[in-house]
Design a protein around this ligand. Structure first.
Ligand code: AMP
Ligand code: ZN
Length: 456
């Protein structure tokens, strides 16, 4: 079954397939702004994109998917943070990039094939801005900035239908530019391609034909997707807040520069909420992965909780959802331990099909648990592994902290965990003794266990 996904541009469900004859599926996902730890709302978006990446690999083959996710390592927020801390910009963004990588790994997200950083692609961005200027889509202002002239691109607003919205509130009819800031835009909807250097930017600037400065946020994604995926890509994704203006502006820049369609499919996942409000740094209502771990929950439980809601519906985050996730993971673990090697049946086809049908994770999880309740008899362990891979659920997570655990100890621990989940206390005690005889102790947690060398 092909993957079918809602497309924000055509507002319809469409099948995903590579458009180019080389059969490579080109996938661009807007990445994080690296000035602080990403919150679990951000991670909802990245986990959903990781699910997509895994489904694409299962569908087209591991080497037929190219996944690019950028790092926004220069913008107002990163510069402000570096200034406040009195540290070089590159040092601040390196710190938060490393933290982002560690959190992604803990959440079992596959790393993208290319992770370009905005500061590593300044010449590409300058080239694109110069091309836009040559073609009459951009103009310079006195302060050394360059703006995109929105009125030069008739297709503007197709993704967000922003023109209709503007017309409804009457601002466009009045003909007054909607200028909120003291810049020199010709029209309120024009946006910066290049920002002329200001004293607040300190030593963060690059030379350019129109004066020193730094690129605008939108041009970085247009330039980096062009560089790493070419002029036309198969799928472009991000959280729903990026739809306007970021993605609308990317389309305008890329299509006016390249003269070809930019992204053939647009997908936007919905927000994670806390108490009915969007989780965001500005509202201060956020949780980080570290805070979740400090509360005694595992990254796997968070991943599960983030996947439990339909990605195109808002999800209200609660601590109860983490408890439910831990229970579900324990059941999955026990089921895995009870699968016999000789099984050949694959009852997980419908669950995979649910994922392929617009990432319907709640339906898929429901189907998986129906299968679990029917019992493990005859089921191929590989079939279970495949659906776990699709969801990115790492059931061995609790074992990870001790890398040098002997395999026979791990095997006994898995058996004991299964016995405990089956409430077979006598067997669980026997296995604990067998583990101790090998010099290890098994510590039970809510959602799994850890193994440590026994204290002498
Ligand atoms: P940022 O680091 O702010 O550029 O955001 C990284 C990604 O997280 C973007 O795709 C955003 O759309 C997404 N995002 C931001 N807030 C939330 C939220 N509360 N829930 C889900 N995704 C979010
Ligand atoms: Zn982007």
């Amino acid at each position: 079954m092909p993957i079918r996904l809602f497309d924000s541009l055509s507002r319809d469900y469409r099948e995903l397939r590579p458009a180019q004859p080389d059969g490579l599926f080109r996938f661009y996902n807007c990445g994080p702004t690296v000035y602080a730890p990403a919150h679990i709302g951000n991670f909802r978006t990245f986990v959903v994109n990781d699910l997509l990446r895994r489904l694409l690999e299962l569908e087209f083959g591991k080497d037929k998917v190219k996944h690019v996710r950028n790092l926004t390592d220069v913008d107002d927020k990163t510069i402000r943070r570096a200034r406040e801390e009195g540290r070089p910009l590159a040092e601040v963004t390196r710190q938060w990039t490393e933290k982002f990588h560690a959190d992604c790994a803990a959440l079992n997200c596959l790393p993208p094939h290319v992770e370009p950083a905005a500061t590593g692609h300044i010449p590409e961005q300058i080239d694109m801005i110069a091309a836009l200027e040559r073609r009459g889509h951009a103009y310079r202002t006195e302060d050394g900035s360059v703006y995109f002239k929105v009125s030069s691109f008739p297709g503007y607003g197709a993704l967000s239908r922003v023109k209709e919205r503007e017309l409804r509130v009457g601002s466009a009819i009045s003909g007054k530019p909607q200028t909120h800031d003291a810049d020199e835009k010709e029209d309120g909807s024009d946006f910066a391609l290049w920002k002329g250097h200001k004293p607040d930017d300190g030593d963060t600037f690059w030379p350019a034909p129109w004066g020193r400065g730094r690129p605008g946020w939108h041009i970085e994604c247009s330039a980096m997707s062009k560089k790493h995926l070419g002029d036309t890509i198969d799928l472009h994704t991000g959280g729903v807040d990026l739809l306007f203006p970021h993605h609308e502006n990317e389309i305008a820049q890329s299509q006016c520069c390249n003269g070809t369609p930019f992204a053939l499919h647009w997908y936007h996942s919905e927000h994670l909420l806390v108490d009915g409000k969007k989780m965001s740094k500005s509202l201060g209502n956020l949780y980080t992965l570290d805070q979740i771990k400090e509360m005694g929950h595992s990254p796997s439980a968070l991943r599960y909780a983030l996947l439990a809601g339909h990605p195109r519906k808002q999800l209200n985050f609660t601590l109860d959802s983490l408890h439910a996730a831990e229970k579900a993971l324990a059941q999955l673990r026990a089921f895995r331990a009870s699968l016999a090697p000789g099984g050949t049946a694959d009852p997980f086809g419908p669950a995979l099909a649910a994922l392929q049908d617009d990432l319907n994770t709640p339906h898929a999880l429901g189907l998986i648990f129906t299968t679990l309740h029917a019992g493990p008899a005859g089921i191929a362990p590989a079939a279970f592994e495949r659906i776990l891979f699709a969801l990115g659920l790492d059931l061995t997570e609790a074992l990870k902290p001790v890398a040098n655990t002997p395999p026979e100890v791990t095997a006994l621990a898995e058996q004991r965990w299964a016995a405990k989940n089956a409430k077979n206390w006598a067997e669980a005690d026997r296995l604990r003794g067998a583990i101790a005889d090998l010099g290890w102790s098994m510590l039970d947690r809510k959602d799994g266990y850890t193994l440590e060398p026994a204290k002498k």
